[in-house]
Design a protein around this ligand. Structure first.
Ligand code: UD1
Length: 338
């Protein structure tokens, strides 16, 4: 079965492609390289032995996007990863975020309907829940006012996809990720953003390798067990596995709801200081960090109730924070030599 991956040279897209290939799917990719250098395609080939076709297309370009479907009328499913994802940047450039994340989605949805694609998986985020009152967070937790334009694009995208797809034959699932991190166990692939990363785990590995002199822990005065903020870090290969299982779920369950939302986290909250300790313990490296002010827009704590993913997808995350730190560090050592 042919699956189109949008954002296939990005972090989660490239890891998912590997997992899909290993599960027998035929994959093509579209990516504008706006925040990747395309090197993930070599990683995919090194791991799977397969060369992936990537269309270098900006999905805001209607004509170029439709051409992909004209050339591949046998696309049966789409996993839509392509989007900008930096929370802070989205506050500075809201129009860019709405233009890119929303218009690309609209063009993809337009072609899904036109070209009779059957399955749609969307890359959403736990950011749709804002600062939740009750933990862990399940899918019935009310959606709250978005904390950033980035968060708003995820909320609006879920709504647009629902409106467009509900009267069609397309089956869709929205995957709400918690905090993806880590790298492929082979160290042949990991996160390689074109812009400096802003997320905790790549900042930790870049500090340890010496690309950054030091790093900051944003806040030690939250109401948590050690004062630093709690997140649910999910290994990117467990996340990739959940995408493959989501497609298989849609394909194998004709009675599945036409439209659903599924949380993807491991159900365990880890504080920033615990994450740093895990890194130091697993790698034997010492991190140069200091405590700083809270980062604007951050919430104190969030972690997932993933029982729906377990039940519907038969998905059980296998990796924890130590595996995340180990694989992220192995990848950083390879990446920094490139
Ligand atoms: C945010 C978004 C998430 C999005 C992700 C992608 C929210 C609630 N979450 O996750 O939806 O998918 O970005 O970029 O908007 N930290 C430090 N020092 C650092 C960097 C981070 O202490 O140098 C802390 C943060 O304060 C936070 C934790 O580490 O408590 C994780 O931060 P980060 O990796 O940026 O992810 P989120 O902000 O949770």
């Amino acid at each position: 079965m042919k699956i189109l991956i949008t954002g296939g040279t990005g972090y989660i897209g490239s890891h998912t492609i590997v997992d899909l290939i290993e599960n027998g799917f035929d994959v093509i990719s579209v990516d504008s390289y706006i925040n990747s250098d395309g090197s993930a395609l070599q990683g995919i080939e090194a791991i799977t032995g397969k060369k992936i076709k990537n269309y270098k297309v900006d999905l805001r370009d209607k004509e170029a996007t439709e051409n992909i479907f004209k050339e591949n009328p046998d696309i049966e499913g789409i996993i839509h990863f392509a989007a900008l994802k930096a929370v802070g940047e989205s506050v500075e450039k809201p129009v860019l975020y709405f233009d890119n994340n929303i218009n690309s989605l609209i063009n993809i949805l337009d072609n899904i309907v036109k070209y009779d694609v059957k399955y749609f998986v969307f890359s959403s985020s736990c950011t749709v829940y804002g600062s939740p009152e009750k933990l862990p967070v399940d899918e019935n937790t009310p959606i709250q006012e978005a904390e950033s334009p980035y968060g708003r694009t995820k909320q609006v995208s879920e709504m647009i996809a629902k409106d467009v797809l509900q009267n069609t034959g397309v089956k869709a699932v929205m995957l709400r990720y918690f905090n993806p991190a880590g790298a492929h166990e082979s160290a042949k692939m990991g996160e390689s953003p074109a812009l400096p990363p802003l997320n905790l785990v790549p900042i930790i590995t870049e500090t340890a390798i010496g690309k950054r002199e030091s790093m900051m822990v944003f806040g030690d005065d939250y109401d948590t067990r050690d004062g630093s903020a709690i997140r649910d870090y999910i290994h990117v290969m467990d996340l990739a596995d959940a995408h493959t299982k989501s497609l298989q779920y849609l394909i194998n369950n004709p009675d599945a709801p036409k439209y659903d939302y599924i949380n993807l986290g491991i159900g365990q909250g880890v504080t920033v200081l615990e994450a740093i300790n895990a890194f130091e313990k697993v790698t034997g490296e010492k991190l140069n960090y200091s405590i700083a002010e809270r980062r604007p827009g951050d919430i104190a704590a969030i972690y997932a109730d993933y029982s729906k993913a377990k039940k519907l997808l038969n998905w059980n995350p296998k990796r924890k924070i130590d595996d995340i730190m180990h694989t992220a560090w192995e990848w950083e050592k390879v990446r920094s030599k490139k």
